[in-house]
Design a protein around this ligand. Structure first.
Ligand SMILES: Cc1cc2nc3c(=O)[nH]c(=O)nc-3n(C[C@H](O)[C@H](O)[C@H](O)COP(=O)(O)OP(=O)(O)OC[C@H]3O[C@@H](n4cnc5c(N)ncnc54)[C@H](O)[C@@H]3O)c2cc1C
Length: 380
């Protein structure tokens, strides 16, 4: 067992670190303040090959393994969690097309979103189908050479900006979960329109939108994979997406610790640096332990995926522990900074707000405990 990064992974990490520190960090506070999606940063990430990281070059990807892909997310999340989330969730729909799509679908739809600066989205959640993703109501009815989609989606990251959306809809409602299928829907398709963009607590630079389908006619060839396999496909896609949340958590947690260490050394109260107070120094120790444990969980899950092992449980553990760790570290870091941590002048309150979503999206912490418990206890 070798815990070191190889030279390719180290190079990618270094490139991402430089990009994050030089190009993302200076814009991060403004992106958060204005709730603005940064097309400039997104296109730069496409130029650098980040939007296509982990995908084969023949489909517009830039190659690299799963750990490399996560290293990029981790480095960016240290500076701007919104940009890291945008990058991660952008890749979710394309990953589904890559895993389950036909050769023609991969050649047609992947290059624009992996390397040409177009955004992609993954649309599963609906107003009545959140944790219970199988309760989707959007219908897709075959009519000649087209499927006709009717329904709506909510909380879709990049939804209003996306060129290509992977949409889940019921083709055979009587069959419940086994009646769900996946479709590629392109921006501008008649009957497909974005609704309101959400005003969020955190990750403000990552766009979140409603989507509506009103007699939206999608060519039959846009069905991805087998009809009726949509739910199983969505779950497989989300296993991979959860590693991305683990990497976002790792980045946020490390930034929280780095800020804390600086302040513990600089801030003087009662005639000495506050880090000399044992109680406060233990906060740093607790963060460090959790971060190292999280790193092991995230990289191990990514390794298992890359090795072709069954990694659902590893991904669920990494996602669950990641969200808990990021919230823990962001909260303690804010506490260490006292009143200054609560002010918008410093990054602490942004880390605190941004980290909070990690317990909710890509499956809540409660649902992850359900998944982990089922696996541990052996329940179906
Ligand atoms: C900013 C943001 C971005 C998102 N991006 C996307 C996206 O790009 N694509 C997409 O498809 N979705 C996206 N989502 C949706 C996200 O995955 C859901 O919000 C999440 O799965 C929870 O669903 P819900 O919000 O409906 O909560 P609910 O499912 O209504 O849950 C409410 C509460 O009940 C708990 N709960 C529910 N069922 C159980 C149970 N069986 N056992 C224990 N506790 C339970 C939950 O944990 C939660 O605490 C996004 C959400 C947000 C907020």
């Amino acid at each position: 067992m070798d815990f070191r990064l190889d030279s390719d992974q180290e190079l990618i990490r270094q490139t991402a670190k430089e990009f994050a520190e030089k190009e993302v960090e200076p814009l991060a506070a403004e992106i958060d303040r204005t709730h603005a999606f940064s097309w400039d940063l997104f296109r730069r990430m496409a130029e650098l090959g980040f939007t296509g990281a982990g995908f084969p070059e023949e489909y517009g990807g830039s190659g690299g393994d799963d750990i490399s892909k996560l290293l990029i997310v981790e480095e960016i999340a240290k500076c701007c969690a919104s940009t890291a989330a945008t990058l991660c969730i952008h890749q979710v729909g394309p990953y589904g097309i890559y895993l389950f799509g036909s050769e023609e679908q991969k050649k047609t739809y992947l290059p624009p979103v992996l390397s040409e600066g177009k955004v992609a989205a993954f649309a599963l959640t609906e107003p009545t189908a959140g944790s219970d993703a199988g309760a989707v109501k959007t219908r897709a009815v075959l009519d000649g050479d087209h499927y006709v989609l009717n329904g709506s989606k909510c909380f879709i990251t990049g939804g209003a900006l996306a060129q290509t959306v992977l949409v889940f809809a019921l083709t055979e409602p009587d069959k419940g979960l086994r009646g769900m299928s996946a479709f590629i829907v392109e921006k501008g398709t008649p009957g497909f329109s974005p609704g309101k963009t959400e005003n969020k607590l955190g990750l403000c630079g990552s766009e979140t939108a409603e989507l509506f389908f009103n007699d939206c006619r999608v060519p039959r060839e846009n069905l991805v994979g087998q009809p009726g396999k949509g739910f199983a496909m969505a779950m497989a896609i989300l296993d991979s997406a959860r590693l991305g949340v683990g990497a976002q958590s790792l980045g946020i947690s490390q930034r929280a610790l780095a800020e804390s260490v600086k302040y513990l050394n600089e801030r003087v109260q009662f005639g000495r640096p506050i880090g000399a107070q044992q109680g406060l120094s233990w906060y740093a120790a607790e963060m460090k332990v959790r971060i190292e444990a999280l790193r092991g969980l995230v990289y191990k899950a990514a390794w298992a995926k890359g090795a072709g092992e069954q990694y659902t449980l590893d991904a669920a553990i990494a996602k669950y522990y990641g969200a808990e760790t990021a919230c823990f570290c962001a909260d303690l870091a804010l506490q260490i900074h006292g009143g200054y941590g609560y002010m918008k002048d410093l990054i602490l309150e942004r880390l605190f707000r941004d980290s909070r979503l990690l317990k909710i999206y890509e499956g809540t912490s409660e649902i992850h405990k359900v998944v982990i418990a089922r696996s541990v206890i052996g329940l179906k």
